[in-house]
Unconditional design. Structure first.
Length: 336
């Protein structure tokens, strides 16, 4: 820093202000200092700055899976928002989300130089009593339920499921069948509960939900069961991948979509507009979830005050996989 000060003809305090991004330096002086930094190869010492300020400008992220569409989109937005705020991220994946693995990930945080952590992990894993976070570490939970323990940022799952179910009922379908996500998934449970509540409020029959595992294979397997029932005219799948499997099953079973069966998904993956037919679905704004989670975390880091729950709205995207129900096909006549 002293070398830069001599090179630029300024005080060490001025170099410090420029290095720390302070605004009380005139533009001409700032340019002279940054030019001197470039010529001398000067890099601010982040460890020393952290010792002085008590901040590391790093965010920890614990994520229980890197394979899901939503998690990756959310992580991408977290990384972008952190970068814009001058922070790096330290990702700790939990590939096998058992209680022990999650505890290990939390333990690692106590050894990492992070100012706070964003957790994207299933609710039942957060409920384990032997999982402890480092004391005093700001935390924001995404797409899960942390009760009153931590701030939460989530998609409004219930509103999205209601939009999907009401859309199909408004088209004239007598009821809506549901291909649900796993029972222990926070998102799946909320979508399933909202689907059921909407049917009851509208006075429609409530069929048994059929549970998949988020994969298109499980959607196909369940779709074949639904296709075999001629009374099924409308299906709401808890994600787009399972909806893809349902579309294939209906096609293989000779039940055209949407002429005989309407199908709605949830997520609005980039590929959903290119399914055949293009899929009506509920759009989640993963980028907004990621941005707001970083915003909530940094607010707590800087002010010491935690936000409550933040819900990001959803939007129904109507495409060609839904239509009003048609009259049942007449049975073929038999002559002899």
């Amino acid at each position: 820093m002293a070398d830069v000060a001599r090179e630029a003809g300024v005080s060490g305090q001025t170099v410090s202000r420029v290095a720390n991004g302070r605004h009380n330096v005139d533009p001409e002086t700032r340019e002279r200092v940054t030019a001197a930094m470039r010529r001398l190869g000067y890099r601010p010492n982040s460890a020393a700055r952290a010792l002085r300020s008590g901040r590391f400008h790093s965010i920890g992220v614990i994520m229980f899976t890197l394979s899901s569409f939503g998690n990756m989109r959310t992580l991408d937005a977290i990384a972008a928002a952190a970068t814009d705020a001058g922070y790096t991220i330290n990702l700790i994946p939990v590939p096998n989300p058992t209680r022990g693995d999650v505890s290990v990930a939390f333990d690692r945080l106590s050894e990492e130089a992070v100012d706070g952590v964003v957790i994207i992990v299933e609710a039942h894993l957060l409920d384990e009593r032997d999982i402890e976070l480092p004391a005093g570490l700001p935390v924001v939970v995404v797409d899960s339920n942390a009760g009153d323990r931590f701030p939460v940022v989530d998609t409004d799952q219930a509103h999205g499921a209601r939009l999907a179910t009401e859309h199909l009922l408004d088209l004239g379908h007598a009821t809506v069948h549901h291909v649900a996500g796993p029972d222990r998934s926070y998102s799946a449970v909320h979508r399933r509960e909202a689907w059921e509540a909407t049917l009851r409020e509208r006075g429609a029959p409530v069929p048994d939900a059929l549970v998949g595992d988020w994969s298109s294979e499980s959607g196909h397997r369940i779709g074949l069961r639904l296709a075999a029932d001629p009374s099924v005219t409308a299906v709401f799948a808890a994600n787009d991948q399972m909806a893809l499997g349902v579309l294939r099953a209906m096609h293989e079973s000779g039940r055209p979509v949407p002429a005989e069966v309407s199908v709605v998904g949830f997520d609005d993956m980039e590929e959903s507009g290119n399914y055949w037919p293009p899929l009506t679905t509920v759009r989640q704004f993963f980028g907004e979830v990621g941005r707001r989670s970083v915003e909530a975390l940094l607010h707590e880091v800087e002010s010491g005050v935690a936000h409550g729950t933040t819900l990001v709205s959803t939007e129904l995207i109507v495409r060609d996989s839904t239509a009003a129900p048609t009259a049942p096909r007449a049975a073929a006549s038999v002559t002899g």
